[in-house]
Design a binder for this molecule. Sequence first.
Ligand code: GDD
Ligand code: MN
Length: 370
Amino acid sequence: MKIAVIIPTYNERENIILLLDKLIGQKGFKNRDINYLVVDDNSPDGTQKAVKEYILTHPNVFLLTGKKEGLGKALLRGMKYTVENLKAQLLIQMDADLSHDPQVAPKLLEAIDAGADFAVGSRYIPGGSIPQNWGWHRKMYSRIGNMIVRFGLGYPKIHDWTGGFRAYKSIYYHKIHNELPQYNGYVFQIAFLHKSVAAGAKVKEVPFNFTDRKFGHSKIAPSEYIKNVLVYVIGNRIEALKKSTFSKFAVVGTIGFAINTVLLEIVVALGFHPAIGSIIGAECAIISNFIWNNSWTFSDRKLKKEIRIYKFIQFNLTSIGAVIIQTAAIWLGSIFSGTQLYRYYYVIGVVLGLIWNYFMYSRVIWKKIA
Ligand code: GDD
Ligand code: MN
C-alpha cells in the first residue's frame, strides 16, 4: 500500500530535517512504501532551502510550496498532492516541530492494519499526555477545549479532537474534501476528523506524549482559534437540531396550534358557538399536522397513496387520544387540588399529550419499516 506522510511547515528550518531523519529511520517504516511531503508556505526562515538540499539525497521526500493561507489550507493542498500525484492510499499527518513523537507514527499505521480507517494520536487517553511544564491555564484550555468538541459534537468515545497527529485512508479525503476549504486554520483538524467519522470512518486512538518544541515558536492564534472552535461546534448543533425529527414535529405542532387558535377566533367572531369553532379549528389543525408531518417531519417514511386515508383516520383518533390525556390531567388535577390550579395541570396535560403524539406518530403512523 502506498503511504504518504504530510508535514506542514511554517518557519521550521531547525526542526524539519531532524524530523525527516527520525521518521525515515523508524524500524516500523522499513518495509513500507512511504513518501514524505513537506508543505511549506514560503517560510522566510529558509525551511525550503534545507528541504531542497535534503531531497537531493532522499528521492522519497517531496516539497510543495505555496503562499501562506493557514494550516487547514496547507493540509488540504498536501492531501490533494499526495493522493493525485503520489497515488497515496494511506496518509499520515503530523507537525514538523517534533511535538509529535516519530516513534508513534508506525503505531498509527498498525492501528490501520488492525482494522481502523482513521488512527488518531491522542493525548487524552491512558498512556498519552500533555507537557507537565505547561501552566495550569494552558492545560485547562486544552482539556476543556477538547471536552467541548467531544461532547458538543456528540462523540464521547473520541478523546483528542484538536491534535494534528493522525493516519487515515485517503478515501476519506475523496469523500469529504469538498466540504473542507472553508476551514483555513487549526479548526481544520476538528472538521476533518468530524466529517470523516460522519462519512463512516472507524476510529482508533493511539496514545502519545505531546512534547513542547525546542526550536522556533507556535503559530496558533489562541483567541481566533477558540472562536472558530465554538462557531464550528455550535453551528453544527444548530444544523443537527434543524434536521432532527423532534424539532420538525415541534414546528409542525406549533403551526397546527396557530391554525386552531385563529380559526376558533374567526368562527366565534362570525357568530357561531365556540364549540363549533373548536371543532373546525381542531380538524383543520389536524389536517395541517398530517400533511406537514407526512411530507416533512417523516419524509423518509412517506405514506403510500393507498393507505393514506386509513392512516389519516388513525391520525385523527391519535389526536383524540391527546385530547383525552389533556382533559384527564386537568380533571384528575382538580380532584386532588381543586380547580384553581387548572392551568398547571393543563401544561402537564399538554406535555403528556405531546409525548403521546410523538410516540404514536413515530412508532405507529409513520412506523419505520426495517
Ligand atoms: N504550511 C503551513 N502553513 N504550516 C503551518 C501553518 C501555515 O499557515 N501554521 C502552522 N503550520 C505548521 C507548523 O509549522 C507546525 O509544523 C504545525 O503546523 C503545527 O503548528 P504549531 O505552530 O507548532 O502549532 P501548535 O503546536 O501551537 O498546535 C498544536 O496544537 C493544535 C491544537 O491542539 C498542534 O498539534 C496542532 O496540530 C493542533 O491543531
Ligand atoms: Mn507545535
